[in-house]
Design a protein around this ligand. Structure first.
Ligand SMILES: *Cc1c(COP(=O)(O)O)cnc(C)c1O
Length: 492
């Protein structure tokens, strides 16, 4: 067996009875029996089945394993809708400063003035970027921001004695969290069709507004949409909703296409969330902490969640005494490190720099679109915004090669797969978001890989269908992997 294969074994398979990481000299404090130190109920009957290895073996095992991971620091990560951009290292310096990393949420305000000042400035910056009146940093992620926003919309209508507004309109291209949010907020979802150009079908919107009338609380719209398209009639959509007393919620997950170019508040949006772990470079992908700040127009300011950070005299305070607030949406105020990174990002770019971020992100996506449009069908005619959405329908028709196969084959060629099978209205969808941080050489290498796969799909389809062949785990039975997941090692 080659050394590589020995090293690739599971940590349990490498275990040898009695092997230890550290062996200490015998204690001179005397040996107290465990029973005298712990109550009987807390003692195990048998030792746990832990692997037994030397420290060097453990170090090698996990160092090797970490190299098998895909990450933005090692590979191009074109996961559409997720904005997997580079996370600048200087952000980590700021986030690890003791004044941010070691604060406790119950510390008195006067002892955390630096953190409160930063959080308040970040709220102001996000309000400015979105063109809205105020923002809260409290929600923990995009989906949580959606819930916070929709609860504010509901509170707004109740406050105006219109509790019958219980329906939210959502385009059929939306991210799944949008209808889930509305349902969890105790409201009804009404889907609105997309037209042939992939944008909201205004005829269908007018019809839904006509039949539902006073029941519409809001429309939730993603702009640019999950199809990578800007809703060019957004002003008209806002006007139609406002005429009927409804509000416009914008899912701001795709703000990487608008920074410094367009402000949602200026085109009629009343409330929106941002994903600090997408647009504003908080590292994500491993389920780590994120934040989904919500920005609101004047109408919704009274309903913002608490605590709110206010500046009074020369000092910052957290206040909860707002009579119309929807209350708390989480125990405290989020993870300071997340806010420090986002703030560092905004300040280190400045307004002009953020505009360039967006220009480069949109340019990169359109480069991919232009280079791949002959090999793969476009979901909708370009140009696109921050992401290019293709369909593998031609490959399916030719030789039965699906979007999933193409995604798996990319792994063999060294790339993280793009998002597939979303948005739901695109059959065999491949959604590619390069972001602004990728150099042209990387995009060219990715394009070359996608063209290779298109060639294979036509000439040697089995090769694509069998991928990946270079990974420790090759093709899984997708259904069995869901129904009978084997997520841990068990002794034979
Ligand atoms: C990522 C995303 C969400 C959800 O955000 P989370 O931070 O993952 O909860 C919602 N809508 C769109 C369009 C997204 O891309």
């Amino acid at each position: 067996m080659s050394l590589g294969l020995v090293e690739d074994r599971l940590v349990f398979e490498k275990s040898r009875a009695g092997r230890r990481g550290v062996t200490l000299p015998a204690s001179d404090a005397g040996e107290a029996p465990l029973e005298s130190l712990l109550p009987g109920g807390a003692l195990r009957n048998a030792p746990p089945a832990l692997p037994e290895l030397s420290e060097l073996e453990v170090v090698r095992h996990y160092t090797r394993l970490s190299g098998k991971n895909f990450g933005i620091d090692t590979t191009f990560y074109p996961l559409g809708s997720c904005t997997m951009k580079y996370n600048p290292r200087v952000h980590e310096y700021g986030a690890s400063l003791p004044g941010f990393a070691r604060v406790h949420p119950l510390q008195p305000d006067e002892t955390v003035q630096g953190f409160l000042a930063l959080a308040h400035s970040l709220e102001r910056a996000l309000a400015e970027i979105t063109g809205l009146a105020a923002a809260t940093l409290n929600p923990s992620a995009g989906a949580h921001g959606e819930l916070t926003g929709v609860l504010m919309v509901r509170a707004y209508h109740h406050d105006r004695s219109e509790p019958g507004r219980d329906t939210v309109l959502i385009p059929d291209s939306a991210h799944g969290t949008n209808p889930a949010t509305v349902t969890i907020a105790g409201m009804q979802v009404q889907s609105v069709k997309s037209g042939p150009d992939g944008r909201v079908d205004l005829g269908d919107l007018r019809e839904k507004l006509g039949t539902l009338g006073g029941r519409v609380a809001a429309m939730m719209i993603t702009n640019p949409s999950t199809l990578g398209l800007f809703e060019i009639r957004i002003g008209e959509i806002a006007r139609l909703l406002h005429e009927k007393g409804a509000l416009l919620y914008m899912d701001g997950a795709n703000m990487n296409a608008l920074l410094g170019i367009a402000r949602p508040g200026d085109f009629g949006v009343d409330v929106m969330h941002l994903n600090l772990h997408k647009t504003f470079t908080q590292p994500h992908g491993g389920g780590g902490p994120g934040a989904g700040p919500v920005a609101v127009g004047e109408k919704l300011v009274p309903f913002l969640p608490v605590p709110r950070i206010v500046q009074e005299g020369g000092a910052y305070r957290r206040r909860e005494d707002f009579p119309k607030t929807i209350g708390r949406v989480r125990s405290f105020q989020g993870n300071p490190g997340v806010f420090v990174r986002a703030y560092a990002y905004i300040r280190s770019h400045g307004g002009e720099g953020l505009r360039k971020v967006t220009e480069a992100a949109v340019l990169n996506a359109n480069y991919i679109l232009a280079r791949l449009r002959d090999a793969y069908d476009l979901a909708y005619p370009g140009p696109c915004m921050h992401e290019a959405v293709f369909s593998a329908r031609r490959q399916v028709k030719q030789n039965g090669v699906r979007a999933l196969d193409i995604a798996k084959r990319l792994i063999d060629l060294g790339f993280h797969p793009p998002t597939i099978y979303f948005p739901l209205i695109v059959p065999e969808s491949l959604m590619i978001e390069p972001t602004e941080t990728e150099p042209k050489e990387t995009l060219d290498a990715f394009v070359a890989a996608m063209l290779t796969i298109a060639g294979e799909a036509a000439e040697e389809p089995q090769k694509v269908k069998d991928a990946p062949v270079t990974m420790p785990v090759t093709r899984l039975d997708e259904v069995r992997a869901v129904k009978q997941p084997r997520l841990r090692w068990r002794p034979r």
